[in-house]
Structures are given as structure tokens and as C-alpha cells.
Design a binder for this molecule. Sequence first.
Ligand SMILES: Cc1cc2nc3c(=O)[nH]c(=O)nc-3n(C[C@H](O)[C@H](O)[C@H](O)COP(=O)(O)OP(=O)(O)OC[C@H]3O[C@@H](n4cnc5c(N)ncnc54)[C@H](O)[C@@H]3O)c2cc1C
Length: 397
Amino acid sequence: MSGAPNIYDVVIVGGGPAGASAAIHLSKHGARVLLAEQKRFPREKLCGEFISPECLEHFERLGVMQRMIEAGGAGLTETVFYSRSGKCVSVPSDWFGSAGACALGLSRAEMDARLLERAREAGAFVLEEATSSGLLMKAGRVCGVRLKQNGGSREFSSLITIDATGRSRQLARRVEREEGSGRSAIIRRAPLVAFKAHLENARGDSRHCEIYFYRHGYGGLSRVENGLSNLCFIASARDVRECGGDAERVMREVVMKNRRASETLRESRVHSEWLAVALEGFGRRRVVPAGGLLAVGDAASFIDPFTGSGMLMALESGELAAQSVMRHLPTLRSNGSFDELAREYRARYDQAFKNRLRVCALMRRAAFVPRFAETLILALKASSRARKRLARSTRKS
Ligand SMILES: Cc1cc2nc3c(=O)[nH]c(=O)nc-3n(C[C@H](O)[C@H](O)[C@H](O)COP(=O)(O)OP(=O)(O)OC[C@H]3O[C@@H](n4cnc5c(N)ncnc54)[C@H](O)[C@@H]3O)c2cc1C
């Protein structure tokens, strides 16, 4: 931290896809950017690791396409949704991209490290193992952050600060705590728990992402690099407690109640540590939590994972925030006015994401009720047109 300047146009906290996307776009256009990430990369991350085809268009614009291909991930031609009894319906990846487009199965360890490396190359000052420990405030407005690294602490000022800390929304929550509006969200018990591990010898089709529905949850299996498969699933906190919190037991006793999962996972062996996180809920948050502060990625909205579009929203909202900031940077530098930027970012965010968040909230209800999921799968199987329409409505508005 000692070599880093004190003053920036933009300080971004969180080096996942949303923070890295914002940092790369801003730096490429000449903004002075600090990107602070609490972990050292590469690091494992709980995620389905299904990178939807539209993300590849972002990789092109971000200048990371070649290095993502070199990481050796798997091309995924379709996503197949399996009801508990084994009925299935498929969504080809090229419905979300150009003809023949594939999704990419690649670990977050590989993907995120490559994006962070690119942010550094593009000119952002990147600090790893640096955790935000407070916000700098001036006249009720956020004007920078306090970061902790190696036992030391330092303040960094900025015209704009971006919360890219994912679902934990570290910066937005600090603001809400001060306003007294975040308390109920903090003490509410999380109803769902998500798990993830890399597996050897899983029997799923190596070109498919397979989604399994079961009571109170669903899980996804898809191939990543080195011939491994990523299994990521969500279960109710109650089922997890009944399995003593043991991820492998949850896999065998809950996930494998799905007929297809019981075939594909029967002979599998866990290759990595299990990761687990509690999920408090889904949906939209405040995209401008305070004056001077914007939220991107999961810190702004957490879209249902079965859509496989969280990373897309992260890359997209990072780009959108960067575009809005760049347009207003001259004004910010001259008179510090934030209101126009806030208005523009909110409006463009709504335009890009409001509909898809609404559609996904409706689909979530079906996903968690096995009989409804079964009926929906049968109905969608009958009409490829309806399937395509519904699949696309989880993406662009
Ligand atoms: C079960 C599950 C499965 C999913 N599967 C998929 C999928 O298959 N495909 C898909 O597209 N999306 C999927 N998602 C969603 C996807 O993981 C997220 O949408 C995406 O990671 C959001 O990116 P982000 O950059 O906003 O946040 P994150 O990726 O969470 O990154 C936030 C970063 O901020 C850092 N950070 C946090 N607090 C601080 C702090 N105080 N100081 C400094 N740094 C900090 C973290 O270490 C982290 O690196 C899934 C999500 C879940 C829960």
C-alpha cells in the first residue's frame, strides 16, 4: 500500500468481475483508478462457473479473450434442466449469442485472476489483500475509503467510490447502518445455503451444463478446466442442518434425490475443498446507496443463479457504471456535482436490468416448488419458441 497515491478519480472496492470490468473500462479511458481486493488472486470462489456466451463479447471489449481461451476451459453447447423425476428440457447456448456460440466452463480462480491482471495492465492501481474498513465522508457524501493491509491502515480519496464487494455489499451496508436502514437484513436468518466443489469422475455430458431441481433447491454441474467438473448447489438451511452441515451428505441425500443427478454424481469424487455460503435473498438493491457511491454487480442486484447470468450482469453493470462516470468526470472534477451522474446511472441500470430481474423472480418461485418445476419443464418442452422467449427474457430487456 505504501507505493499507492492518495487521490483517485474512482476507488473501487472488490476485484470480482464487476469491479475488474469497471476498473478496466475506466482506466482505458484515462481515469485514475484504485482497485482494492481483500483476497490474493487466484482464489477459489463459490459459483456455478458457467460463463454465458454474452460474457465472451465483454471479454473481447475488455481485452482478455485470448487469455480466457488459453486457460483451457470447456465449451458448453447447451444447458439441460432436469426435473426431479428426470424429465428434461434444453436451452442451446447460441440462443444467447451468435449461431454456434458456446458458453465457457472455467473456474473463477482462473477467470477472476485474468481480469484482475488486465485491470493492472490497463493502468488501475490494484491492491490485493486490502480490505475496506471504513468510508470517508464529507458533507454526507462518500469521498473515499479506509483500507487495511498487512496490519496497517490508510485513507484514499476519490471523486466516486464503487461498491463491487458482491452480495455482502460492504460499503452500501456501512451507509445503511449509519442511516439505521440495514439492521433487519443483517439479523435475518439466511433461508438457503450454497455449496460448491470440483469433482473428478462426474458422469454429466462434458458439453452440457446440467441443472437439477429437487425439493427446496437446485444445483448445476458443468465441466471446467483440467477435466474436472464443477458442482454447485443450493439447499434449504433446514435440509442442510438435518445433514449436520456436511456438504457431501447434502449432495447425496438432497441433490441426488434428482434422478439424473443420482446417475451423474454416483461415482464422483471430490477433488477440492467444499466452499459454502449462506444466501439471504435475491433481487435488486440500491444502485446508488449514497452520494458519491455507486454499486455494481451483486452489490447492486443478485440475480437467481439458475439463469447463469450473474457474471454477465457483473461485467455489464461494471461497464455501464464506467460509461456513466466517464461522461460526468469533467463536471465532477470542476464542480463536484454528483446528481446528474446518479440520475443517469439509475436510469440506465433500470433500462438494462429491471425486466430480467422481474422475470427471474417469477421463475424462482417455480424452481423451488418441485411439482411446479415439473409442469413448467413439460410445458416448455412442448414449445421451443416459448422456451427461447423465456430464456432470452432472463438476459437483455
Ligand atoms: C450458488 C451460486 C451459483 C452461481 N452460479 C453462477 C453461474 O454459473 N454463472 C454466472 O454467471 N453467475 C453465477 N452466480 C452469480 C455470480 O457468482 C455473481 O453474480 C458474480 O460473482 C458477481 O460478481 P461481483 O464482482 O459482483 O461479486 P463477486 O464475484 O462476489 O466479487 C466480489 C469481490 O469483492 C471482494 N470483497 C468483498 N468484501 C471486500 C472488502 N471489504 N474489501 C475488499 N474486497 C472485498 C471479494 O473478495 C470478491 O473478490 C452464482 C452465484 C451463486 C451464489
